[in-house]
Design a protein around this ligand. Structure first.
Ligand SMILES: Nc1nc2c(c(=O)[nH]1)N[C@@H](CN(C=O)c1ccc(C(=O)N[C@@H](CCC(=O)O)C(=O)O)cc1)CN2
Length: 286
């Protein structure tokens, strides 16, 4: 058995970002500069890191950006008022409210308030509905990144059996819909699924987003299958681990994503791509 190819989210991100930077340069000739507003409420340390990385990506690519850091005690009404203001602000084409929010703020109320055309997270019910019926929409960043990584293996998705482990609204469900859109035959597994290893090991493409460190070992994997690990679990040691036991699985799988350096970097790159797209659309371009 030859060694599995590592699908590097970092490397793919760099390639995509080069293309985005070129488009930003072109748009600047028409006085258009993509603008992203990020709203961060509270003190979650990981969220602060992700938001800083988004800010840096904007800087590197020549986007206009605003980061609104609000205290953890901020009320839902304060966040809604900020979202309203950003909805109306011409220099902002994309709005992202970093999740999770403090418990007293309803995520749904905030997401529903974001203008559909500026919802670069693709979480607004209208964008989700358009994804379900196959209409054009802003796609959620992590799922879009997953599909991009699979496509870049050069292995055809159409006709393949894809198994998605996890059914969250922000990863599992949209990934399954996007795989169906690419004409895969999709099976979804979740915490109540019986004989999960048996089902997973029939997959040509296995996407794991279940939130349990190193849960998926080689017994879940068909030899040669593409394995995409969306998990991001902080261990007591401080190390980051995926949901897939990378060391054992890479011995049987085909192309496989690492954690870190896999799906994570793609999430931010797809956010930049969505913001660019939103900026073009809001300026009557496509
Ligand atoms: N509004 C949103 N909130 C959250 C989202 C989202 O897509 N929209 N996703 C996650 C957090 N996230 C982006 O916001 C994100 C998580 C991780 C990474 C990343 O690059 N991870 C690195 C490792 C970083 C580390 O060491 O901690 C990697 O995997 O290599 C990027 C973005 C939840 N909230």
């Amino acid at each position: 058995m030859t060694a599995a190819t590592i699908i590097s989210g970092k490397q793919i991100s760099e390639e995509i970002r080069k293309g985005i930077a070129l488009e930003v340069e072109q748009l600047s000739k028409q006085n258009i500069r993509p603008g992203l507003a990020v709203v961060l409420v509270g003190d979650d340390p990981a969220s602060h890191v992700y938001v800083r990385n988004k800010e840096k990506a904007c800087q590197d690519l020549g986007f206009y950006s605003e980061v609104h850091r609000l205290a953890a005690e901020s009320s839902e009404d304060e966040v809604l008022a900020l979202v309203d203001k950003l909805n109306a602000q011409a220099s902002i084409h994309g709005i992202l409210v970093q999740l999770p929010l403090p418990k007293h703020i309803r995520e749904k109320a905030i997401i529903d308030a974001i203008a559909v055309e500026k919802d670069v997270d693709g979480f607004h019910p209208v964008n989700v509905g358009n994804l379900v019926i196959g209409d054009d929409s802003l796609l959620p960043c992590t799922p879009a990144g997953v599909i991009e990584m699979i496509k870049r293996t050069g292995i055809q998705i159409a006709g393949k059996h894809a198994v998605v482990i996890g059914r969250s609204n922000i990863v599992g469900k949209p990934v399954a819909l996007l795989l169906q859109r690419e004409n895969a035959t999709v099976t979804m597994c979740h915490s109540k699924t019986h004989n999960m290893a048996e089902i997973a090991s029939q997959a040509d493409i296995l996407v794991v987003a279940i939130g349990r460190a190193n849960m998926i070992d080689a017994s879940y994997v068909k030899p040669g299958a593409i394995v995409i690990d969306v998990g991001m679990n902080r261990l007591e040691s401080g190390k980051l681990a995926g949901d897939v036991d990378f060391e054992s699985v890479k011995e049987v799988s085909g192309p496989i994503t690492p954690v870190p350096g896999g799906v994570g970097p793609m999430t931010i790159t797809m956010l930049m791509q969505n913001t660019l797209l939103a900026a073009k659309r809001l300026n009557g371009l496509n």
